[in-house]
Design a protein. Structure first.
Length: 169
């Protein structure tokens, strides 16, 4: 099954081109030109990654990054912009963005960013699942240990009672 990628760009040509590039790379892509529809699309389309323009009317890419990461923490977000600002890119990466790409974007550059974002997502999901399995195992072992300690306490009590009865005789 192809990975689902949502792209949001207020420029219809960029949104359409990004969708075409993604579909050409084998992804299931959905393109939006109105950022106000993005969260509804995240809920219904359930993308594994989002490619979001930074400067849009109504809702900025920065605001969408925060909303997506809050509501769907395992959805990777790649920001797309015409601004070449390293400090801005570092800030967005610290806030959870998977990548920061400059327009115009080529198919190869897009493919590398999406592959890296999806691999990061896969590793995070595996790590989360591993942590949950580890917690379940620790809980199971703790229960078994508590049961063994309880049995040992009961055995200790029975031993003392038996010794006391033997002394009485």
């Amino acid at each position: 099954m192809a990975s689902k990628i949502l792209t949001v760009d207020d420029d219809p040509q960029v949104a359409k081109l990004t969708v075409l590039l993604l579909e050409g790379l084998g992804y299931d892509a959905l393109g939006l030109t109105d950022p106000r529809q993005a969260m509804a699309a995240v809920r219904s389309f359930r993308p594994e990654a989002c490619i979001i323009d930074l400067n849009m009317p109504f809702v900025s890419g920065s605001e969408l990054l925060d909303r997506i990461k809050t509501e769907s923490p395992h959805t990777e977000v790649i920001l797309l912009t015409g601004l070449d600002d390293t400090l801005l890119a570092v800030d967005f990466m610290k806030r959870g963005a998977a990548d920061f790409l400059l327009k115009p974007i080529g198919a190869e550059q897009l493919d590398v960013a999406v592959i890296r974002a999806l691999e990061h997502r896969r590793l995070l999901l595996e790590n989360t699942a591993y942590g949950q399995r580890l917690e379940a195992l620790v809980e199971e072992r703790s229960r078994a240990l508590n049961e063994a300690l309880s049995n040992l306490g009961a055995l200790h009590e029975a031993t003392i009672e038996t010794l006391a009865q033997a002394l009485d005789m």
